[in-house]
Ligand binder design. Sequence first.
Ligand SMILES: Cc1cc2nc3c(=O)[nH]c(=O)nc-3n(C[C@H](O)[C@H](O)[C@H](O)COP(=O)(O)OP(=O)(O)OC[C@H]3O[C@@H](n4cnc5c(N)ncnc54)[C@H](O)[C@@H]3O)c2cc1C
Length: 105
Amino acid sequence: MPVSSQKHVVVVGGGLVGTLNACFLAKRGYHVDLFEMREDIRKQTAVKGKNINLALSIRGREALKAVGLEDCVVTNGTPMYGRMVHDLHGNKKPIYYGRKDQASY
Ligand SMILES: Cc1cc2nc3c(=O)[nH]c(=O)nc-3n(C[C@H](O)[C@H](O)[C@H](O)COP(=O)(O)OP(=O)(O)OC[C@H]3O[C@@H](n4cnc5c(N)ncnc54)[C@H](O)[C@@H]3O)c2cc1C
């Protein structure tokens, strides 16, 4: 579609919601400009503020699948089958998130 006939959308915030919305809007043919106030985390040697790993479960996978990004993200993820509970005596007990073959990433 020529840029001149495209509708423009501005998305402010490049977090989970803003980036996913930008992908959905782009898939619908909008020209999307995404503004994020923080620097690109991949280019920083030290990241200011909070920085945590994100767990990706089935809802997030469905959203990523809808924009064609599920495989790309899941293949770079680490499967997490459950959590490990450690008691005061040093015993460990796994609690699985689902069936033993199911995982969050
Ligand atoms: C401790 C913790 C652990 C979590 N763990 C998980 C998890 O494991 N899995 C999971 O799915 N969810 C997790 N969540 C929830 C998840 O982080 C949020 O649901 C999600 O980040 C919300 O997305 P968002 O786009 O609304 O906000 P954000 O991810 O906060 O994104 C907002 C973005 O907007 C930018 N911004 C703000 N103001 C401006 C501005 N004026 N101009 C430009 N940019 C701006 C910010 O810099 C930010 O990048 C966790 C949350 C917390 C606090």
